[in-house]
Design a protein around this ligand. Structure first.
Ligand code: DGY
Length: 470
């Protein structure tokens, strides 16, 4: 994974009004709002406010526990200001790793009251699973972005303590990879499957509409539960009740067999090979190949696995007719037609063949996503030209910092500092205007979701530090 330093220009001039909800905001008076020092302060204050004894919460209100891929992105941010927290963040998450190697997508904080999140620990009931840790967790995973995060954190602060932390993490990161490679390859083609949209991290992406339609559910089932998210955020900006009914049904199907993966292929209604999760798995092998020599391990097997994952991604998920990657729905036996931002994720792989890399750059630069060396807004999460594009609803259109950060890393590793620079400027301008929101209106830049969101702050720190002029 690359993190280049020569990619662009300073942010341009903001000229349109924004209407973000209240929350920590940058000072938007001319000059000061452009001040990287003020933005950095805002980001650090957001991270500090979300720190909770040994981990960060993504948001005090919406997500009060520890989330797996959030912690990885947040660790990158901590490495810029308090590197010891980067290691504590990853260390606390991996203490909740299951015996089979899975890293749960939520680790619950036992100090919080019952009902502080839905679905909470009682719903997941991880204690019933063999090999679950003492801490209450979910039974699902999220994209394994932790090895790349650990590598970037170490490179940012290469201390003896960092090296010791890497040595402790390394076997756990390897076990995480082994879980995905051996327990989740239901298609037997060298890629891991997600068994729930939450495992992709892009919960209600239009990519999941077709495979989810096969999951029997009724929105009325949600009357039995109290959703936590819509108590804090406008329901029009969140997944629908029908989405949630399906999410709940899928968890129930997995939980019923105590989160065992052995017989999922034959009975589970949602089995999909996700381009982002598999690109993360490949990027993790590349990062482990960099980490291995530092901890006395052999990088060779990581390089070999990375090459195999890239080859499998191209073979199974690349569609030459659309020129992008699309999820493979194993139940239906076909690629999902939606062209979402998930399809751009394999650009992170440094060994992605030039043909696919240039096709992804073309896809990102098309009117669907609007990437350019000078651009007003970062990439949306879904194809802007699609009839089901929704500017306000979570992963169905809004812009997110983590995905833009990811694509920017890919552009840097594929020799496009011009486009990486445009993306960087647009990301900085977005947060300058609206604050550290969870997601943003892809046209106006208005802040949406939680107003003080951890990975937005963390990745802002990372792109600010990567200043080509600095
Ligand atoms: C969950 O409830 O864990 C979802 O991932 C939130 O987006």
């Amino acid at each position: 994974m690359s993190a280049g330093t020569t990619d662009g220009r300073r942010a341009g001039t903001a000229d349109r009004p924004r209407t973000g909800a209240p929350g920590p905001r940058a000072d938007t008076t001319p000059g000061a709002a452009r001040d990287a020092v003020a933005l950095r302060r805002l980001a650090v204050a957001t991270l500090e406010a979300n720190w909770e004894h040994d981990h960060s919460v993504p948001s005090r209100t919406l997500y009060p526990h520890q989330w797996s891929w959030d912690s990885a992105f947040i660790a990158i941010g901590w490495s810029h200001v308090r590197p010891e927290r980067a290691w504590r963040e990853l260390g606390s998450l991996f203490r909740a790793q299951w015996v089979d190697g899975r890293v749960p997508h939520i680790v619950f904080n036992p100090a919080l009251r019952v009902g502080s999140y839905f679905p909470g620990p009682q719903f997941w009931d991880s204690a019933l699973a063999e090999g679950a840790p003492a801490a209450a967790t979910s039974g699902l995973v999220q994209p394994p972005v932790h090895a790349p995060a650990a590598w970037l954190a170490y490179r940012r602060a290469p201390t003896g303590a960092g090296r010791a932390a890497l040595a402790r993490l390394y076997p756990r990161l390897v076990a995480q990879q082994r879980y995905l490679a051996t327990r989740r390859d239901f298609g037997a083609g060298g890629l891991a499957c997600i068994v729930h949209p939450w495992e992709s991290g892009l919960d209600n992406s239009p990519a999941w509409d077709a495979p989810l339609a096969a999951v029997p559910a009724d929105a009325a089932a949600m009357r039995a539960y109290r959703r936590h998210d819509t108590a804090h955020v406008d329901a029009a900006h969140r997944p629908t009740d029908l989405d949630y009914a399906r999410y709940v049904a899928l968890v129930a199907s997995y939980r019923e067999r105590r989160y065992r993966d052995e017989d999922l292929a034959g009975r589970h209604p949602f089995l999909v090979e996700c381009p982002l999760l598999n690109a993360a798995t490949g990027a993790a092998e590349h990062a482990l190949a960099r980490i291995a020599p530092l901890v006395g391990a052999d990088p060779g097997p990581h390089r070999e696995r990375a090459a195999r994952i890239t080859e499998a991604l191209v073979r199974r998920l690349y569609d030459p007719t659309t020129g992008t990657f699309q999820p493979r729905d194993l139940r239906a036996g076909r690629l999902v037609p939606a062209r979402t931002v998930l399809g751009l994720a394999p650009l992170i792989l440094p060994d992605l063949p030039a043909r696919q890399a240039s096709a992804l750059v073309a896809e990102a630069c098309s009117p669907r996503f609007g990437l350019a060396a000078r651009m007003d807004r970062p990439l949306p999460s879904h194809d802007r030209t699609a009839p089901d594009f929704e500017a306000l609803r979570y992963w169905r259109g809004p812009s997110w910092m983590n995905i833009n950060w990811w694509v920017r890393q890919g552009l840097l590793s594929h020799g496009r500092p011009d486009l990486a620079g445009g993306l960087r400027d647009s990301m900085i301008e977005l947060v300058t205007g609206a604050g550290c929101h969870e997601y943003f209106h892809p046209d106006t830049g208005a802040g949406l979701g939680s107003p003080a969101f951890g990975w937005t702050a963390a990745l802002l720190l990372d792109v600010l530090a990567d200043d080509p002029a600095g």
